[in-house]
Design a binder for this molecule. Structure first.
Ligand code: ATP
Ligand code: MG
Length: 732
């Protein structure tokens, strides 16, 4: 078993009983390490497998852990989610603790009770708002915040609340009362009951603690205060606890999760064995290099435990950064590349397109449909299957009767959507309400695009039964006539129906469309990270420094999902001709000189778009091949961590020469050449002008000024030889 592990993993596996903290980066084999530790201890007779409780956060992860333990020849370990473990405990002890009373029913969703509670305090919460209120209650309960403490705690945590915090607190209070009156409990109550059972009942505590003696927690950066309290109750002061986590992947803070427990673990457990895993077995050095570059800019508490990953796989293709004029062009290009990958043999299920918010999925659903690439939306409904979108389509059909026929299409759509409570400049704050608003905003955007250029496919294609009979009539008059008339609301409704019908085709296996949040822990051969513009990533709703850092970590999680191919892109404008946006601040400083915006050809729908392909210049490390993104590294031509093959003597002479030139010209030394350029010169030892100009920081002007003396120094000349009074004079 130990043979399949690297030295760090092995030290985690063989660490003595007691606290162990594995700080493992993405793809470093956390699960392999923790399962091996359990197996090793069980098989060497150190512990009994049935005394182990291994907790994770998703049922999928728990199942994975059980499977690996079985494969390692160990059975009897309890590998469960916090919820499942708590539920099991509560069910077991309920008869004793409730003295014969029935165990309250467990709510599988808070929404219904929250809606009732909101009504009790005079609020009419729609479905989306109810979801956001439920989110606030969940956050509070997970953070051990009582209704009476909510207002202060929410202010401190800078929560984005659906109503005034005081109003939310009222809903929270009413919700708790309603639950009690109806004899139901929610998930957090169940965790609390598990804690209460142990903390208040010595006999329960004793039984639980004699059953579970060794604890393992995976993804520990996602633990919330309530779960931590339960973990401590289980432990009861003992310390045989192994935690595994990656602070740089903390992306669920908004639900109450905090990496503080992971970050503070070595301080709280002075005797802890701390192991760092940095060998990345998942991704190529190119992908790993980019991940390191992005996370190296991180600030704040999570960044203190930042790890620099080292890629273990053979080199692969460079990550690509692509810039497009608008989102439809971006989606079309992504779909075309997906198609090319599939054609070249990559299974569609090994490809993922990841975005920040679910509202972004529609453009990709459409583009992939057009490119005939199968796909599946993960963790969310397809755009046209969402309740709000279906309701909106009904409202828009009804609006064809009420909105005057000569109303411009966009205005007609906005008017129609007013019936479902949507207004253009009333984006709500809360998560679910915002998602609903954004989905309907996406419909308005579609209307704008449709009005600007009804896609050629809509005019000439009869593939879908949803094409209305009027359209047949139009087509018989000829395409020209159809284009002359401005698009009407009825046209647009047909278009929506056509898209919905096309995207309805269920797929068994396909490209994964997923939000960055739901991609955590997963991996694919090819990953497309799209929509990387300011306002989207980071979202405009990230206001505090901490919120911005969480957005940066989201990008990091996204990058580290890729095994081999990685594509990052953004569109300057949302729709053709729209307001322009800046690239995400998290994209490392890229040399854009060799690149340019990819533009769609003039006057055509997506089918006829001619994409101008120019790529941003990529500079790779000449030692390990990783992509270099930070300016100084690009100048150097290698990762700062890769071994330097510097010619020390040459470096010394170059510095001496630079000092003399700078003094003669009365300028600071870096004006002549920066340190990075000097190091690059001493490492690469250019022999010819072409090699000299290939070094970053040396352009035609500097080549003209200093080319001769530098080449002479490289060839072995002494500083005095190249620094005659005359040269210095000419230079100054
Ligand atoms: P994430 O942070 O994204 O959840 P992780 O740390 O859980 O990542 P794993 O998914 O456990 O990483 O491991 C990534 C891959 O590396 C797996 O396919 C695993 O089998 C492989 N791996 C782990 N350790 C080794 C090793 N020592 N030698 C070879 N392959 C390994
Ligand atoms: Mg994992």
């Amino acid at each position: 078993m130990l043979a399949g592990l690297d030295p760090e993993q092995r030290s985690a596996v063989t660490a003595p009983a007691g606290p162990v903290c594995i700080l493992a980066g993405a793809g470093t084999g956390k699960t392999r390490a923790v399962t091996s530790r359990i197996a090793h201890r069980a098989l060497t007779g150190d512990i009994s497998a049935r005394h182990v409780l291994a907790v994770t956060f998703t049922a999928r992860a728990a199942a994975e852990m059980r499977a690996r333990l079985t494969a390692l020849g160990v059975s009897g370990v309890q590998a469960r989610t916090f919820h499942a473990a708590a539920l099991r405990q509560v069910r077991y002890f309920a008869p004793r603790l409730l003295q014969g009373r029935a165990m309250p029913e467990l709510l599988d969703s808070k929404a219904r009770v929250v809606t009732l509670a909101a009504a009790r305090v005079g609020l009419r919460a729609d479905r989306a708002t109810a979801r956001d209120l439920a989110g606030e209650i969940e956050w509070a309960k997970s953070s051990l915040v009582e209704p009476g403490e909510y207002v202060v705690a929410a202010a401190k945590a800078l929560r984005d609340t659906p109503y005034e915090p005081a109003k939310v607190a009222e809903v929270f209070t009413a919700y708790e009362r309603l639950k009690r009156a109806n004899g139901v409990i929610d998930f957090e109550d169940m965790l609390r009951a598990a804690v209460w059972g142990i903390e208040e009942h010595p006999d329960v505590a004793e039984q639980v603690r004699s059953q579970y003696r060794h604890f393992v927690v995976d993804e520990y950066q996602d633990v919330n205060p309530l779960q931590q309290r339960l973990l401590e109750a289980w432990l009861g002061g003992r310390d045989d606890l192994t935690v595994v986590g990656d602070a740089s992947q903390t992306i669920y803070s908004f639900t109450g999760a905090t990496s503080a427990y992971l970050v503070d673990f070595p301080r709280r457990h002075r005797a802890a064995t701390v192991v760092r895993l940095v060998r990345d077995y998942r991704s190529t050095p190119q992908v790993v290099g980019l991940a390191n570059a992005v996370i190296s800019q991180a600030r704040g508490a999570e960044a203190r435990l930042r790890l620099e990953l080292s890629g273990q796989r053979p080199p692969g293709p460079e990550p690509e950064l692509r810039i497009f004029t608008d989102e439809p062009a971006e989606a079309t290009a992504v779909a075309a590349r997906c198609r090319a990958l599939v054609t070249a043999g990559t299974p569609a299920r090994e490809i993922a397109v990841l975005f920040r918010t679910n509202a972004q999925s529609e453009a990709y659903e459409k583009a992939l449909t057009e490119a005939e690439v199968p796909y599946a939306v993960q963790g969310a409904e397809r755009f046209f299957e969402r309740a709000e979108v279906r309701q909106a389509m009904v409202a828009l059909r009804a609006a064809t009767r009420s909105v005057p026929g000569d109303t411009p299409l966009r205005d007609a759509v906005v008017e129609g959507l007013a019936a479902v409570g949507w207004a253009p400049d009333a984006a709500p704050a809360g998560g679910a309400a915002r998602e609903r608003w954004e989905a309907l905003a996406a419909l308005v955007q579609l209307a704008e695009e449709f009005a600007a250029s009804p896609p050629a496919s809509a005019r000439s294609e009869l593939a879908s039964p949803a094409v209305a009979s009027e359209r047949l009539a139009e087509l018989s008059i000829g395409e020209g006539a159809a284009v002359e008339r401005p698009a009407t609301l009825a046209d647009f409704n047909d278009e929506l129906a056509r898209r919905a019908a096309q995207q309805h085709v269920p797929t068994v296996e396909g490209v994964t469309l997923a939000s960055l949040h739901s991609a955590k822990g997963l991996e694919w051969d090819a990953v497309f990270l799209v929509g990387l513009s300011e306002g989207t990533l980071p979202t405009t709703y990230a206001k505090t420094a901490e919120q911005v850092e969480e957005e940066r970590r989201l990008l990091y999680v996204g990058i580290t999902r890729a095994r081999e191919w990685l594509w990052l892109s953004y569109a300057v404008a949302r729709s053709p001709g729209g307001r322009s946006r800046r690239p995400s601040r998290f994209l490392p400083q890229l040399d854009r000189s060799g690149g340019g915006t990819e533009r769609a050809g003039s006057g055509a729908g997506p089918a006829a778009r001619r994409v101008e392909r120019r790529r941003t210049q990529i500079v790779s490390c000449r030692i390990c091949g990783a992509t270099l993104l930070a300016g100084p590294d690009r100048k150097l031509g290698r990762c700062p961590t890769c071994p330097s093959d510097i010619d020390e003597d040459l470096h010394e002479r170059l510095r001496d020469w630079r000092a003399r030139v700078a003094a003669a010209q009365k300028v600071p030394a870096y004006v002549v050449f920066t340190d990075a350029t000097l190091t690059a010169l001493a490492e690469r030892r250019p022999a010819r002008p072409e090699e000299l100009i290939a070094i970053a920081g040396i352009g035609p002007r500097k080549l003209g000024l200093y080319g001769e003396p530098v080449l002479a120094l490289v060839a072995g000349a002494a500083v005095e030889e190249v620094c005659s009074e005359k040269t210095l004079e000419i230079e100054s």
